[in-house]
Design a protein around this ligand. Sequence first.
Ligand SMILES: [Zn+2]
Ligand SMILES: [Zn+2]
Length: 432
Amino acid sequence: MLNPLAPTAFQLTVLGASGGPLETYNCSLFVKSYHTPWVDGSLLMVDAGTILSSMSNILQSSYLRKNPPVAAVHTPSTIKINYNAEPLLKPFPLEKLPHKPPANVLPNLDPDHRLISQSNALYIFNHYISTVCVTHAHLDHILGLVVNSAAISRSKPLIVAGSPFTINALETHIFNNSIWPNLTSQGVDPCGLIDLVSLDHGPSVSAPHTCPHPQSSGCSSLQSSNKPNSSNSTNSTNSTNSTNSTNSTNSTNSTNSTNSLSKWVELAQNLLVFPMPISHGRHCDSTVFFVKDKITSKVLMIWGDVEPDFLSQNPRNHYAWKRAAKYYDQGRLTGIVIECSFKSNHDDSLLFGHFSPHHLIHELDHIFLKNSINQPHTNLRVIISHIKDDLTSIVTELEPKVVIMNELKALAEQRSLPFEFIRGDPGLTLFL
Ligand SMILES: [Zn+2]
Ligand SMILES: [Zn+2]
């Protein structure tokens, strides 16, 4: 059972969770430390497939007192876990935003609050967002950042942080004055609107295959094969001495400078980030970000696109799962955001570096839970993102976003797994 008395640590709001092929509502979410007020630099974004258009639509829904776009489909589940009774339809502090809907709407003067919503979205973008953490540079994760970058107007550059692999891709292949103007602070003719910051990603270790039996109940090999050199990173607020939330390159100090896996970086007010490398097909390094609330020491785990260890030539998920299991045992893990792109009947050879339900359930069960010594396990919210649209499907019940959620719930139920799966539709706001 969820513990209603557990302190809330985070607000998480999904802006988009599609992995395409539709170009709307691509992967993007933001996190705020729950006990930190809405002030400049209080939001941490993870991925930026969409920013302004999604924020604007969500704001407009709030003003019109409608459900956020798409998100209404699963409100029963959302309401159940949203035990802090925060208003579901208000992911943003409407009273603090500069533009208010007029009491008396005059005809032809923004009657549907579209323009007010856009202006307020821009305000949020330029004031509240401190850093955009990018899991990898595929277009469905950066599209909003790139197109919206023309609207950046801040007193200091927007921090865009990611692994060296990701930052290099953005620098070399996107902001290169050819694909898009160089709005960054480095390179040829820089505009200085964006600071690209490489986060120490830890060693890009390769491990022997960890679990040869995805459908079995074994997997004891995992217990001994996980040897990340992490020793002190679970020490909450003491594990970082960063004081400047926007000066990331200088704030990556940790208590142990020789341990590259023990660096928490403060990238938004009271939010620390710890990246780990994961595999996403043969050609792309992706990232899982642990986000820690400095006030409560609770931790959220947010995955980029990722393939199952079972199918990977460079299986690294088990390192991240082991770390997550430690936080889970300590009662500090409040949720997991992870992709599940395809239905279970999708051929493994056509996953292209993604999960389908049985692979995800397998990793949650045989890697994550097997690394946990906590008995009994308490319920954990798993927010599902990056479901690939199937545009050939014309029946709701056959839509991947319906089928995948049903499959996950059924598989978890069969195994009595302690997970509550929630689909990360745009506008979904959870207090975790
Ligand atoms: Zn993607
Ligand atoms: Zn990708």
